[in-house]
Design a protein around this ligand. Structure first.
Ligand code: ADP
Ligand code: MG
Length: 261
């Protein structure tokens, strides 16, 4: 069989595309057969891995790509970087342990959630990002259209589900119940990464009902790492640097800041 046909049959697309370059290099470096084969298969493997990661990143619907390498830990001294580094190792994914990021607006909750999502995509996991509002809209529509079970099933496929911005708006009883059902689906199977600008003490208020809030927290926190970020807003720092705010004036962001601002 011709080489081209073999490549096509074995779906070695990346190797086929780069073969000429590889052969030229091998000639120049006078490689032995085994080293050449290793490099050739390595090229195919890297190409596949990159393509898979790109596909998973697209499916994750992240609002933007942020990485841990871009995160300035020195700006956020209250954040324990050892814990973040440990999370980046992704053992929480295997153990189905939730990650909960709490703190005021602008401290990097979404950034950290996304960067853990990126790591999970790179490691081959399916990831999905939704704002909490989008999640509720999806669940409520499904309930109205009598296909809640199916939607809950779909939301249990992604190995990592990022739910951003819990607590910007209080929930109705029905919404809190829908969320509780989702938690039940994923419990001890697949982790959630949650962000909220409210402390756990205020969750009773968010979920409108202390009993339901306690049940939700119980499920969420049973296996979870919570990072409570207490620092200053990075957005304000950037504005300050640009001279838009006084250097010394301590400006508090409003508690009810617009989500995603
Ligand atoms: P939050 O979700 O807590 O409101 P974000 O994660 O959206 O905050 O952060 C606001 C902006 O500031 C984003 O562009 C984010 O990338 C950036 N940012 C926040 N904290 C840091 C940090 N410590 N290092 C680098 N960029 C940061
Ligand atoms: Mg955010």
């Amino acid at each position: 069989m011709e080489l081209e046909a073999l490549f096509a049959k074995m779906k070695l697309d990346h190797l086929a595309a780069q073969l000429d370059g590889l052969c030229e290099q091998a000639g120049k470096r006078d490689l032995d057969y085994k080293t050449f084969l290793t490099e050739a298969l390595g090229t195919e493997w890297r190409g596949r891995h990159l393509k898979g990661t790109e596909m998973r990143l697209k499916q994750a619907r992240l609002p933007m790509v942020k990485t841990l390498e871009q995160f300035d830990f020195a700006f956020q001294p209250s954040l324990d970087r050892r814990i973040v580094r440990e999370l980046a190792g992704l053992s929480f994914v295997e153990r189905a342990e939730n990650v909960i990021l709490l703190g005021p607006p602008g401290v990097g909750k979404t950034h950290l959630a996304i960067s853990l999502g990126v790591k999970a995509c790179e490691a081959g996991h399916r990831v999905l990002y939704l704002t909490f509002e989008e999640l509720l809209t999806r669940l409520k529509r499904a309930a109205t259209e009598q296909r809640l079970t199916q939607t809950l099933q779909q939301l249990s496929y992604p190995k990592v589900l990022i739910l951003d911005e819990i607590g910007y708006l209080p929930l109705s009883r029905e919404e809190a119940h829908l969320f509780f059902r989702l938690l039940g689906r994923r419990y001890e199977k697949a982790p959630l990464i949650l962000t909220s600008n409210k402390s756990f003490l205020d969750w009773g208020e968010i979920f409108g009902d202390q009993v339901l809030a306690t049940a939700i927290l119980d499920r969420l926190l049973h296996h979870a790492t919570t990072l409570n970020i207490k620092g200053e807003s990075y957005r304000l720092k950037e504005k300050r640097k640009a001279g838009l705010l006084g250097k010394t004036s301590k400006v508090e962001e409003p508690v009810n800041a617009v989500p995603g601002e």
